[in-house]
Every structure is written in C-alpha cells, then in structure tokens.
Write a protein that binds this ligand. Structure first.
Ligand code: FES
Length: 139
C-alpha cells in the first residue's frame, strides 16, 4: 500500500478588520404624495429634516438645509427645466441630482469669496418600491 504524503503549507493567518457601514432605510412617504416637478419636506427625527422632490418623474432627496447658510430649502423654488433648486435666501442654485452649486446671482458678484463659498447639497438615495412606498437611505 502506498501512502502519499502531503506537505502542509502553513499560511499565516491574516485578521482583517472590516468596517461595516449600515445605512438605514426610512419609509418617508408614497410616490403619489409628491407631485411631478414639486417637492415636500419631511422631518424624520430631530436630526433628519429632508426634502424629497420629483423632476420629470425622477425622485431626489436631500437635506432640507442650504449648504451656503443653512436656509431651509423647502421654502425655495424648484427649477425643473434645469434640475435645480434656487435657495430663497440668496438665490444660489444647486443641481438636485448631483448636489453641485451651479449658479450664483449676479447681484452677489462683489461679495467676498469667503461669503460666496458653499458646499454641496447633501443628497440621499431614494428607493421607490413597486407598492408605491418611498424609502430614503440615511447614513
Ligand atoms: S442660504 Fe441658501 S443661498 Fe444663501
């Protein structure tokens, strides 16, 4: 009888620490609650005041605060033709799908760069279920 001997290779154990990021899904409303080319705000809790809107039947969600000086965006104007929201406070316009600042009114041209400085909209993923439920993924 022949016995085959196998060599055992000892592979060092590598311990990996994996960071698990859990995004929470919140049911916010129903698809029918948001008219096309309109938006609504929803206070999910004290830390999450969000704005959900629909432009050409595509939904978006963002924090309900302007990244310039934190004005509430729900008081602002949606500009569906340009995929933008124009903040009511100073008129800065942000793309609701990319979050980018795209326009500053000419009347602010002489303001300091520091004053004009702005971040981007804080966007959230929106998930529309077949039953019409709308969920938002919050970090
Ligand atoms: S606070 Fe929104 S543009 Fe200034």
């Amino acid at each position: 009888m022949i016995y085959a001997l196998e060599c055992l290779n000892y592979v060092p154990f590598i311990y990996e620490y994996t960071t698990v990021i859990i995004n929470l899904l919140y049911k916010v409303c129903e698809t029918k609650d948001i008219d096309n080319n309109a938006m609504k705000s929803f206070a999910i809790d004290t830390n999450n005041d969000i704005l959900i809107g629909k432009i050409n039947y595509k939904m978006f969600a963002c924090k309900n605060y302007c990244p310039h000086r934190a004005a509430r965006l729900s008081k602002s104007q949606l500009k569906p033709g340009e995929n933008r929201i124009a903040c009511y406070m100073h008129g800065f316009e942000y793309n609701v799908f990319t979050g980018k600042l795209e326009s500053i009114p000419n009347k602010w041209i002489n303001q300091s760069e520091g004053w004009k400085k702005s971040g981007e909209l804080v966007l959230y993923d929106v998930i529309e279920k077949e039953d019409g439920s709308v969920f938002v993924k919050l970090p």
